[in-house]
Design a protein around this ligand. Structure first.
Ligand code: F6R
Length: 246
């Protein structure tokens, strides 16, 4: 796993947007897996600008999202469906038939997870998986302890994640459960780009890069991935030892 460190959030976001755009230009039918949250917002913003001003086209790409809260209908304002429409899918030129976000309101969530894995297989697997990282090291909603061989499934969110994500809701906690792409689903991606910004991610980044590879630190799994790159701003890299980043 390589780490690239940028002076600030904007530089990191622009760099990752260029990597995604470059891969899309090489392979217009790219299959992407994408995160929500605060970290990828400026990457999306830059990709939208490239679409508008430079003609970057997403028409032949396929999009999968990493996760969705269980129990939220796709039109719930805190759902990841709405987030993606507002920040990305609604601002570019995707083929709606090739946008996949887990349906948190599916009557049979287990069947929804199987359907999701099947759709990924039918698309030929994920080419580029973009990830954020939780303060506890989660990727997608794979919380500490998630088995490395897990696939898309219903998971319980940790108390800390529910607290951190509560600001999207009018309650004190985000929902209890979510559907997430599994650890193995993520690992099978040809290329993984993990984004982290800010000092509140520095501990998780350092643990993922420098401590033992362990299911208790989900992001550490990426150390054995053949093509995983960390995109960090300086604050997120601030706990790394010498010689790791550069
Ligand atoms: C969201 C997701 C999560 C976030 C992580 C960081 O789809 O999969 O793993 O990437 O919680 O969130 P932010 O960027 O808000 O700090």
């Amino acid at each position: 796993m390589r780490a690239r460190v940028f002076p600030d959030y904007e530089a990191m976001s622009v760099a990752v947007a260029y990597v995604v755009a470059g891969k899309l230009e090489e392979e217009p039918s790219l299959v992407l897996m994408l995160p929500t949250g605060i970290t990828p917002l400026w990457m999306y913003r830059r990709l939208v600008e490239m679409h508008r001003s430079e003609g970057l086209s997403f028409a032949n790409a396929t999009f999968f999202n990493l996760d969705e809260y269980l129990g939220l209908a796709p039109d719930h304002r805190a759902s990841y469906h709405v987030y993606m429409k507002d920040h990305f899918y609604g601002l570019i030129n995707p083929d709606p038939a090739r946008i996949f976000v887990p349906n948190g309101a599916a009557p049979d969530p287990e069947a929804e997870c199987e359907r999701y894995e099947a759709a990924i297989r039918e698309a030929g697997g994920i080419d580029v998986c973009v990830l954020g990282i939780g303060r506890n090291g989660h990727i997608g909603f794979n919380e500490p302890g998630a088995p490395f061989d897990s696939r898309t499934r219903v998971v319980k969110l940790s108390e800390s994640t529910r607290k951190v994500n509560a600001s999207d809701f009018e309650t004190e906690r985000a929902p209890e459960r979510a559907i997430t792409a599994g650890m193995a689903t993520i690992f099978d991606s040809k290329s993984v780009l993990l984004l982290a910004s800010g000092t509140n991610k520095a501990g998780a980044v350092a643990a993922a890069v420098e401590d033992d590879v362990s299911e208790n630190m989900p992001a550490s799994m990426l150390r054995s991935h053949p093509n995983a790159v960390l995109f960090l701003d300086e604050p997120a890299a601030s706990d790394l030892g010498h010689g790791v980043a550069g």
